[in-house]
Design a protein around this ligand. Sequence first.
Ligand SMILES: *Cc1c(COP(=O)(O)O)cnc(C)c1O
Length: 423
Amino acid sequence: MPRTDAVLADPRLAATAERLGRAVVKDAIAAAQQRVRQGEIEPEDVAGAALAALPPHATHLRPVINMTGVLLHTNLGRAPLSPAAVEAAAAVAGPADVEFDLATGARARRGRTALAALADAVPAADDVHVVNNNAAALVLVATALAAGREIVVSRGELVEIGDGFRIPDLLVSTGARLREVGTTNRTTLADYRAAVGPETGFVLKVHPSNFRIEGFTGSAAVGDLARLGVPVVSDIGSGLLEREPLLPDEPDAASTLMAGAHLVTASADKLLGGPQAGLLLGRHDLVERCRRHPLARALRVGKVTLAALEATLRGPAPPVHQALHADPRELLDRAEALAGVLAGSGIDARAVPAEATVGGGAAPGVSLPSAAVSLPERLAAPLRTGDPPVVGRVEGGRLLLDLRAVHAGQDGDVARAVLAASR
Ligand SMILES: *Cc1c(COP(=O)(O)O)cnc(C)c1O
């Protein structure tokens, strides 16, 4: 059995140890030595086997090709960053002027350039702030504006956002009390008016972003709530900054503020297409109370996030925008080309029309015409564990690889992954 330090001296492994760290390389060598003991490989192949088994990066998190047909898949990290955002994030990995004024040499407002980009993108907002995610934005608003007081909210908007986390529980955890009004399907302005009083911290509107109630329904308009004499906070969810004609029911920050909301909260990694962050936009005095609250320090974002957010706001349209606006005819052409290549290698592959969804807590019930490569279901597991992992969805006994969330430049990777998985 070759000794570990002898194998580590292999120049290729030594170079990898420089890049990924010694521990990762030693683990790979130990695994290769084990394979020798089990008679799977020869002793002289240890270095090669270790090299082949090493992860490409110093992390076990792996980039995945999302072919689920869910554009914003929370379990797959929601919005993919634009190349501009990736570049901006990498550029500030070292020391950066995140909280420093290079002109004067003095301390400066943290993240001011990202905040300015957000303010420029939504002129209807007097002021803006950025925290770790939308849940953090809600916690901060509830703490700063309603701890020990009441948040008036409709029973139809007590939403579970996923993985067992519920907005009402989140709000109550801050020490605020919920004053529930109306019913599941209907809540009127009069319901809110009857509940608002000296104990009210604010009225909260929550966008039902992952479900739909249809039939005999009714809710009060933000503009009417804004005249009740207390702050109105609107959690719009998806982070659309302006109207998206393709998604007419999805609220956006500009229209919601224009309609009268005093404060809007949103996620940055849904339809905005940016990094995980929570956005607060609205009246200066309310944003300032949130920004000045001690909790704000615990919820602040890092420079990498700020850089990616600014590049998303100022740069070219992010991938989620392209996926949303992809032409179904072109998607079908791509699916046909891919299926043709695979069928040529003897794989049972065909192009089929498919239905994609926005997902990630946005546009529930909206179906986007798409196209997929249909494959035998047994390929699902080897594709998930391949390199790169490809995640599709199983439907009617077939594995569908939906192309809507995939950049056309990746079709070659998909073809290679399917060929490797079917070997
Ligand atoms: C997604 C969502 C949240 C949670 O946002 P995170 O950024 O995941 O914390 C809260 N409210 C609504 C309406 C949402 O859609």
